[in-house]
Design a protein around this ligand. Structure first.
Ligand code: PDD
Length: 285
């Protein structure tokens, strides 16, 4: 599989990083996952703005300009299409970008002046089969035991791995988490609650990763004339929702129809989901 590492286009087989890379030793790095539809990165500037914010939190310099990032991602998408022998225009992909602080002897402090390690690859975006999307998916709930800097798209993901495994063990697609009885997010997606035709999401703060679909959800709601409010959402409201939605780069917008083994409302994807999903497909064009 084609990839990029520290200035060179190479393959996953060839690409090698030092064992002293701080990404390996400390998870001292950040990442992005950018959808690419027909060779065109979707919401690219927003993704790169978040990458910039994540880097700033860790005081890692941004090694590329916006134009250089775009060029890199577009090239990776075209390399992947060539590799997979599919026309670029017909290929939905996702780019993964990771930047770590760099290579140094082990020391917790943010050693200044290191050369960041930059890794990126593009791969096929695996879509949920249409039949499953039409049924909606199962989720489970759990306590949010992660740290209080969830707004950083950090590669320190042990919390997300443990959280996700709770749903894997329950044969569900996501774990929806609560901190002190209040909704935060799922292990790798944001959560939206629909009640009486209105959409609610949680505030943009340090307790959740602000998905790039956050702003998009607000926009799609506005365009569809649906009210969308960001506020603290108690667990009871999630359990009593008319509809429950997940959003992420790879899930787009996905209806949750079973929660902890019980149906969400009538157990079928609802009308707000249908509208927002249609809007999302439109926005991709
Ligand atoms: N995950 N919250 C968390 C904790 C996430 O990891 C993600 C994305 C999101 C949704 O963000 P966005 O809409 O920008 O994808 C929310 C990516 C897809 C991943 O880790 O693979």
């Amino acid at each position: 599989l084609p990839c990029y590492l520290n200035g060179e286009f190479t393959t996953l087989r060839e690409a090698k990083v030092s064992v002293m890379d701080r990404g390996f030793i400390f998870g001292d790095g950040i990442y992005e996952v950018v959808p690419i539809y027909g060779g065109k990165p979707f919401r690219f500037n927003e993704h790169m703005a978040r990458l910039e914010r994540s880097l700033a939190e860790l005081r890692i310099p941004n090694p590329n300009t916006l134009a250089q990032w775009r060029e890199l991602v577009v090239k990776l998408a075209s390399n992947y299409a060539q590799f997979a022998k599919v026309p670029l225009a017909e290929c939905d992909q996702m780019a993964y970008i990771q930047i770590t602080r760099g290579v140094a002897m082990r020391d917790h402090a943010m050693i200044p002046g290191l050369t960041p390690t930059v890794f990126a690859m593009a791969n096929r975006m695996s879509q949920l089969p249409a039949a499953e999307r039409a049924k909606g998916v199962s989720c489970v709930t759990a306590d949010d035991f992660r740290w209080k800097k969830a707004h950083i798209k950090s590669t320190s993901l042990a919390g997300a791995v443990i959280s996700r495994q709770i749903s894997v063990d329950a044969e569900a697609v996501e774990t929806i988490m609560f901190r002190d009885g209040m909704l935060s997010e799922a292990s790798s997606s944001n959560v939206w609650v629909v009640k009486d035709g209105k959409v609610s999401g949680v505030p943009r703060d340090n307790l959740v990763l602000e998905g790039i679909r956050f702003g998009l959800m607000e926009q799609l709601c506005r365009e569809a004339g649906i009210s969308c409010e960001l506020r603290r959402i108690p667990r009871e409201e999630v359990l009593a929702a008319d509809e429950l939605l997940l959003s992420s780069a790879t899930k787009e917008i996905l209806p949750v129809t079973t929660l902890d083994g019980k149906p969400v409302a009538n157990g079928r994807p609802g009308p707000i989901y249908e509208k927002l999903y249609a809007g999302y497909q439109q926005a991709k064009q």
